[in-house]
Design a protein around this ligand. Structure first.
Ligand code: SF4
Ligand code: SF4
Length: 83
């Protein structure tokens, strides 16, 4: 059975490196980068995307609205027959 997966996007132009998302993620999906982004901030990065449960806590608590969590469409090849 396919596991539900999520796509996490961090807008490094907006991230100010406050670490709120890293602290709040219950699955430790996010970590802080060890290299500064072009903005000069050490931003959050997605480290264990497969562990994300889509709780949206990171997106909801990011003070800079820099995170977007999207549910990935399951790539199931069906014939789309019936209905
Ligand atoms: S949606 Fe939840 S589990 Fe996924 S990265 Fe954000 S806080 Fe972590
Ligand atoms: S909560 Fe937002 S601004 Fe803070 S580190 Fe995470 S992505 Fe960056």
């Amino acid at each position: 059975m396919a596991k539900k997966s999520f796509d996490i996007q961090i807008n490094t132009a907006w991230c100010k490196g406050c670490e709120v998302c890293v602290a709040i993620c219950p699955k430790k999906v996010l970590e802080m980068s060890d290299k500064p982004a072009p903005s000069g901030y050490f931003t959050a990065v997605v480290k264990r995307q497969a562990d994300c449960i889509g709780c949206m806590e990171c997106e909801l608590h990011c003070p800079d609205l820099a995170i977007e969590v999207k549910s990935k469409k399951e790539e199931v090849k069906s014939d789309a027959k019936g209905g």
